[in-house]
Design a protein around this ligand. Structure first.
Ligand code: ADP
Length: 275
């Protein structure tokens, strides 16, 4: 696979990353009720410390998408607060970056121009500096050779890499990832999981990652938060103490990996039974 030689230090030296990578996410006692009266959260709290990789896992209907909308400031809680580094979150918070299931690339723009797009809109830096930064992030996701390609010339996995680079180029410190690899085939998906961890360990963001795939949750997470069916909130939490760096081939073979997966399977089943 690609072997981009970036790490935290080289990115800092190149000025591509702010020296202060801090994003503490705090969800305090939130309530959320849809206009039709459907209660999804009541006194719900969640904390992600700076640089933590938190995975939210739960059955369909437990409120994962609603929570993501609250974490990104698109929805306002009816009670309580959502803050990043002590400041209420809004969709414009500079700390935030999103990666969704669909890459949503502009089909008429090259990979490089798709990655540069946010910088262009924000009118940050000169055109040449924008291109340079976009090239760096394309290289980080292993696509330096595909810079001039249009989205339709790229595989689904490559398109998702471009989408990831497009988010990273804005240098978010809190990354919200909503089932970003769910539409990929199994091989692309496992390689994207490897890439995600490699990039995260280089850049050190706080990540909140939503999935309903138990193996993916265990492979990625520092901590898996199992949500119960709404409005039951957090059903349980599991700290994943598998050694890092993790790699698909080695990590998945560890007996401890299977133990975590089995434990989570039981917890998700319990969450569903409680519904
Ligand atoms: P998940 O993403 O985990 O599948 P959602 O956040 O989409 O769950 O939904 C949580 C609960 O809120 C579900 O019971 C769902 O039916 C309900 N819900 C979602 N959107 C709305 C809405 N716009 N109005 C009323 N209820 C909704």
């Amino acid at each position: 696979m690609m072997a981009a030689s970036f790490n935290h230090k080289t990115l800092q030296k190149s000025g591509l990353m702010s020296s202060q990578q801090m994003a503490q996410l705090l969800v305090s006692d939130i309530d959320f009720v849809y206009p039709n009266g459907h209660v999804v959260f009541r006194n719900f709290s969640l904390h992600a410390r700076s640089g933590e990789f938190v995975v939210l896992l739960g059955p369909s209907g437990c409120g994962k998408s609603t929570l993501l909308n609250l974490l990104s400031g698109f929805y306002q809680p009816t009670g309580g607060s959502v803050t990043v580094n002590g400041t209420p979150i809004t969709p414009e918070s500079p700390e935030l970056g999103y990666v969704f299931q669909s890459s949503h690339l502009f089909p008429w723009l090259s990979a490089l121009e798709n990655v540069r797009f946010g910088l262009r809109m924000a009118k940050r830096m000169s055109t040449e500096e924008q291109r340079e930064r976009a090239r760096h992030y394309l290289a980080l996701v292993g696509l330096e050779k595909a810079a001039e390609k249009l989205p339709h010339q790229l595989s689904g996995g490559m398109q998702q890499r471009v989408a990831l680079a497009r988010t990273l180029v804005m240098e978010p410190t809190l990354l919200l990832m909503d089932e970003p690899f769910a539409a990929l085939d199994a091989i692309s998906r496992t390689s994207m999981n490897d890439e995600t961890l490699r990039i995260w360990s280089a850049l050190g963001q706080t990540v909140v990652f939503i999935t309903h795939d138990i193996d993916e949750a265990v492979f990625l997470a520092d901590r898996v938060v199992v949500l119960g069916t709404a409005p039951s909130g957090i059903q349980s939490e599991l700290h994943i103490e598998l050694p890092r760096p993790r790699h698909q081939h080695e990590t998945r073979k560890l007996p401890l990996f299977r133990d975590y997966c089995n434990a989570l399977m039981d917890r998700v089943a319990a969450a569903m039974q409680a519904a």
